[in-house]
Ligand binder design. Sequence first.
Ligand SMILES: Cc1cc2nc3c(=O)[nH]c(=O)nc-3n(C[C@H](O)[C@H](O)[C@H](O)COP(=O)(O)OP(=O)(O)OC[C@H]3O[C@@H](n4cnc5c(N)ncnc54)[C@H](O)[C@@H]3O)c2cc1C
Length: 380
Amino acid sequence: MAEPPFTDEHELLRESVRRFVLAELAPHASEWEAARWFPDSVFGAFAQHGFLGLKYPEAYGGQGGDVLHEAVLAEELARCGSGGLAAGVGAHVNIATPPIAKFGTEDQKQRYLVPAIAGEKIAALAITEPDAGSDVAGLKMHARRVDGGWLLNGSKMFITNGVRAHVWVTAARTTSEGGHHGLSFFLVDRQDGVSASKIDKLGWHASDTALMSFDDAFVPEENLLGRENEGFYLIMANFQWERLVMALGAVGAMQVAYDKTVAFARQRNAFGRPLTGFQALRHKLADVATTVHTSRVVTYDALRRFVTTDGDAVKEVTMAKLATQRACFDVMDTCLQIHGGAGSMEEYEIERMARDARLGPIGGGTDEIMREILAKVLAL
Ligand SMILES: Cc1cc2nc3c(=O)[nH]c(=O)nc-3n(C[C@H](O)[C@H](O)[C@H](O)COP(=O)(O)OP(=O)(O)OC[C@H]3O[C@@H](n4cnc5c(N)ncnc54)[C@H](O)[C@@H]3O)c2cc1C
């Protein structure tokens, strides 16, 4: 039975996403993680099933669904067994294309959203810079007006899909004013003025996290996204959704780790009985099951409020992000411990899940920033 806010229809979608993830992605997860890259054709495979445009209107090639359909995908993607793959596809559907759908002109939607939904153009969102992450007001990349458009100069850091993208949705300064003012958004096409190099990292191995350089990168007039100097609003507009999606991904990943670990503990024997025969381990598993359940409840509650308030659920979404990300890493650590030595072996995948979970309390707004937001919302 469907658990609110999902309906039976969302559950049908869940079944079909799960089938796709288990049949077409999971069997390749280890190979792609080892290669530190998943093929671009994966976007095409998602598109064939309509999974790159679940929440977008049919007029643009989408499925005409809502954010709850997208939420199903976010939770189920965790079953693919590669945080990097989930991050790459997630960045495309959850952070890079939403600003185009929400603020793009009809022409921009035709040129970027339609091919993105069709899996023909891969998108990245490039906000973070080497000297500005949490502090978005500290962004330095600048755009200088020239005949017919702008020239962008500066660097971007930690950009998911940064190397493989065909279009970077990016923010740059368009006035000399500092702080939150004078930022604008641009759709930047591949060109000589843009270079990206892949950075090695703890987890998410299959995804290309990039350091990027924009050297006189030309952006035509028609590729300004939203209004000039109002880019900060665009950055803020999708934060709640990005954080909800991260919470959903953590819930999905925790569920997978719990299921895997229970199965392992039931068949692994020590001192003449299965690991589940030891109270110390049974209690750990009971704690993990409780964390998975409470994380899901908090996240679904935030999702419900997000849907019913048209995205105005800062407190609940922030709490869901904060509650689930560290919890997910802790769950992975416990599950790894229950696996014993096998827990550090690549073959058992739990070491990968633990590495992949470590980004949660950092990406999309750190745990410290979540607490700062809550302190404001709660007027502390
Ligand atoms: C694998 C990966 C993928 C990413 N993908 C993308 C992407 O696709 N696009 C993109 O734009 N960005 C991306 N990011 C960047 C990510 O969003 C930032 O790393 C994150 O927002 C934190 O910024 P920072 O790394 O600059 O850390 P900083 O902001 O420098 O923070 C460093 C430490 O200081 C703490 N801190 C900062 N300010 C405060 C404060 N006011 N109070 C208390 N503590 C504070 C932080 O919590 C943190 O612990 C990615 C990062 C990684 C690692």
